[in-house]
Design a protein around this ligand. Structure first.
Ligand code: DP6
Length: 332
């Protein structure tokens, strides 16, 4: 099944004409604690494994979508018109192609991110989730959350997790058309969730040298250690769920950090190797390890980029600010 068939199936019996002039939706950024790394189907963004994330409330993307009569799309990002040749424009255009239907609609998409774009902070996830919500609203489809998650996944895999606050698990699914591959909120005691924080350490602002999509593909195709990745994820998922059930922050931090390191190890082993770490990344990793040695419970996770996200308890906020004055703290 190709994407076109999947979309037609998902929207069967739904409006193929926009019902509103415009729609505006917000979706939060999600930080994977157990990473999505590798696809079994690159067209439908179907993953090899489940993954598990936590949302950053109030940090994310607000998207406004309108139909325009111009015969071409216009995309703006944080108020600036995007060149149609940028990678992000091409991906937006492919996503819009799903919804032009017989009338060959064209769209204006205004994307506002309140997080640094493409600095390894998963703005494409909140971006495609907000856009999926905006299409749903514009056409008045009223899709359920699982279908919206599938729609967002077709834009970017990790976007399927950006429709909820709190912990979210993406079930990889088994079926070839991906209709069982979507995310769901994972139950957690609110008090436990609210007891820890994510700290954004953005020490490298330049765009990354290789996209996560490309690095992921390259890893699956060439990394010898990738064969161990599904087992690593299964074990880490099991362990993180147990840690959440016990409300054990230290175990949650340890598991998240080791999962991120294992993902980076599969990339280092690919041909050519991908190393997203800069000198600063290594310095910060060492600083975090040194703090743990003096009994400060702080851990990191790292996506396909050089910047780190700290995981720590609210009760240690003062210590974090002291050691990482530039950190942007997000309370969960
Ligand atoms: C390292 O969701 O950006 O952030 O499906 O190709 O759009 P595509 O990939 P994307 O990959 C995210 C990878 C990651 C880990 C994660 O978020 O789980």
């Amino acid at each position: 099944m190709n994407t076109h068939d999947v979309i037609l199936h998902l929207l069967s019996g739904k409006n193929k004409k926009p019902a509103l002039q415009s729609s505006t939706c917000f979706a939060p950024v999600n930080i994977a604690l157990i990473k999505y790394w590798g696809k079994r189907n690159t067209e439908l963004n179907l993953p090899v494994t489940n993954s598990f994330s936590v949302a950053l409330p109030n940090k994310g993307t607000t998207t406004t979508l309108c139909v325009n009569p111009l015969g071409y799309d216009r995309y703006t990002l944080n108020g600036e018109l995007l060149d149609k040749d940028t990678e992000f424009s091409k991906r937006l255009s492919q996503f819009c192609d799903f919804f032009r239907f017989e009338n060959d609609y064209h769209f204006d998409i205004e994307t506002e991110n309140n997080i640094p774009t493409a600095a390894g902070l998963a703005s494409s996830a909140s971006g495609f989730a907000a856009l999926a919500l905006a299409f749903d609203q514009l056409f008045e489809w009223k899709l359920d959350k699982s279908s919206l998650s599938i729609l967002a996944r077709l834009g970017s895999g990790s976007a399927c997790r950006s429709l909820w606050n709190g912990f979210v698990e993406w079930q990889k699914g088994e079926r070839e058309n991906g209709d069982d591959s979507f995310a769901q909120p994972y139950p957690v005691d609110e008090k436990f969730l609210n007891s820890f924080c994510v700290g954004l350490l953005v020490f490298e602002k330049d765009k990354k040298v290789i996209s996560s999509r490309q690095a992921m593909l390259n890893t699956v195709n060439t990394s010898r250690s990738y064969k161990n990745w599904p087992t690593q994820v299964a074990n880490d998922l099991d362990a993180i769920k147990q840690a959440i059930a016990r409300q054990d922050f230290i175990a949650l931090g340890e598991i998240s950090e080791r999962n991120a390191l294992a993902m980076h190890a599969t990339m280092l082993d690919s041909q050519p190797p991908t190393d997203f770490c800069t000198k600063k990344t290594r310095e910060y990793r060492e600083k975090i390890a040194a703090l743990r040695k003096i009994s400060v419970p702080v851990y990191f996770t790292q996506d396909a980029g050089p910047n780190l996200k700290l995981l720590f308890q609210k009760s240690t906020t003062e210590t974090m600010i002291e050691h990482f004055p530039e950190v942007e703290i997000i309370n969960l």
